[in-house]
Design a protein around this ligand. Structure first.
Ligand SMILES: Nc1ncnc2c1ncn2[C@@H]1O[C@H](COP(=O)(O)OP(=O)(O)OP(=O)(O)O)[C@@H](O)[C@H]1O
Length: 249
């Protein structure tokens, strides 16, 4: 049986990308389950960000396949990948600081995204409800009509997650979501990701091992573009190979 036609939300198989002969991702195979939080860890330059870039279509693969709900993504445009249900958050928050939290969420609502959508965009009950629902999830309901510029760094990260959630992605990818956050914000983010994964899968790149232990269903350790090991956090953090190339440093 071809392993690609499975119940996995995401099936990455034999994925390779070469930059001038250098394989940043090298024959990578990984599968992500429904409702799973997968954390990718590994030393600098291991290829973690490149894997997310490949999945969201920002970087084109040299070889291999990426199937999301059994649809091949490697030939699709970035926007088609977003529309198929893959959301990606980059490291630096990019919220509109001169708009309110509500407005930030509203402009991210799928109908408002293209030229025609925004021309005919009407603020109806559905949109308002959805913005409120997402604001509650990201702990910003009480500040809904305040300026996003007043939010802390951590809250801006949550708002950006909310701007993705409003599009209802089935797979959400986050690059170092707790970088620069306070301890309390980290704990809240862990709870937030748990709530988010109740009805979608999440891939997170993270260095903070305490946070990884709190959220990960499964950890994939990348090293030189390949999987060094994969499994539950306890297995991974005690693996001598992982200690040697990553945790011991
Ligand atoms: N567009 C590109 N052109 C050339 N080399 C690239 C490109 N993108 C990434 N690389 C190289 O691929 C390797 C993997 O980079 P990547 O950013 O994916 O690593 P990472 O594991 O995310 O590291 P970090 O933890 O530092 O963010 C690095 O050596 C990087 O310089």
């Amino acid at each position: 049986m071809n392993a690609s036609n499975t119940d996995f939300v995401l099936a990455v198989e034999n994925l390779t990308v070469s930059f001038d002969g250098f394989k940043a991702v090298d024959d990578l195979t990984l599968y992500v389950d429904e409702g799973e939080i997968r954390v990718i860890i590994g030393p600098n330059g291991a290829g973690k960000t490149t894997v997310l870039d490949l999945i969201c279509g920002r970087t084109r693969s040299t070889q291999g396949s990426i199937r999301f709900r059994n649809r091949e993504l490697t030939k699709m445009s970035e926007s088609a990948i977003v529309q198929s249900g893959v959301g990606r958050k980059f490291q630096t928050p990019s919220v509109y600081t001169d708009l309110t939290i509500f407005e930030n969420l509203e402009i991210s609502y799928p109908r408002g995204r293209n030229v025609f959508g925004s021309l005919f965009f009407k603020r109806d009950e559905t949109v308002i409800r959805k913005c409120e629902e997402v604001a509650e999830m990201i702990l910003l309901k009480d500040q809904l009509h305040e300026s996003a510029g007043l939010l802390s760094h951590g809250q801006k990260q949550w708002l950006e997650i909310g701007m993705l959630l409003i599009q209802d992605p089935e797979l959400l990818m986050l690059d170092e979501p707790v970088a620069g956050m306070s301890v309390t914000e980290r704990q809240e983010t862990a709870k937030l990701l748990r709530r988010i994964s109740e009805n979608r899968s999440v891939i997170v790149i993270e260095h903070d091992m305490q946070f990884v232990a709190e959220i990960a269903d499964k950890v994939t350790v990348l090293h030189q573009g390949k999987i060094l090991t994969e499994g539950a956090i306890d297995k991974v953090k005690n693996d001598p190979k992982v200690i040697e190339v990553y945790l011991g440093h």
